[in-house]
Design a protein around this ligand. Sequence first.
Ligand code: GLU
Length: 277
Amino acid sequence: MSETLEDATVAEARQMAADADRVVVKAGTNSLTDEESNLDDEKLDKLVDDIQSLLKRDKEVILVSSGAIGAGTGRIEGSTGTVEESQALSTVGQSHLMHRYTESFGRYDRKVAQLLLTQHDLENPERFTNFRNTVETLLDWGVVPILNENDAVATEEIRIGDNDMLSAAATMGVDGDLLVTLTDVGGVYTGNPKEDGHAERIEAVGANYDTVQEIVTESTSDEFGGIQTKIEGARDVSEHGIPAVIARSTEPDILEKIATAKPVGTIFVPINGVSDD
Ligand code: GLU
């Protein structure tokens, strides 16, 4: 289902996504951990394999990875999930996560770097410039920057909120050409696909945004970090002329499919038109 969007517009946006030189990939906690909240080596390696398929095409990739609190939860017995504990869990999980990314990218002789950010860092021009410069230098070196919110220090006032917003801000801030949000559902649906067998995937979002938003608001009770924030993040990015795709992390070769303009997930068509270049 693609609502009112014309096939040609959608195809053009898919091609724009395929041609992106600088790609921001966001992976959620479910895409990295198992049911017991342990970091899932297979899922993580699969994500890294997918990213490698983009790097092999000479694209630059910036990864926004969640999973710190999730991975920490699996390592500390008896945590109760208070805010203070979640902050502490994030520090346990984050170092474990980076250890695994270092190993997994090492299979391809690739180095990684960790960047932990808060809202302050995104709002303060000087800090933001420093962040941009660091990312540029890492990319010049062929290192894969891996971003997450600095949960250890992020209190309510300085929280970015969730990584869907961080990845959207990062995409616009570092002049990304594409945002890919990987999640445990295959995109935006007309209902909750986990509960409703008739829910259909919405192939593209653009001029039909309000209709899609209505359908989604009616069909989901998710709040923090659910499909709503993924849609908001993708919408923000597409309003800046950058395509965004929400897709299923477990789909084989998902990033390769996007890089070859295959019709996977839900694509957010750049609102101010697809550029000519
Ligand atoms: N920064 C959180 C973590 O790494 C992620 C929040 C989210 O799921 O978006 O656990």
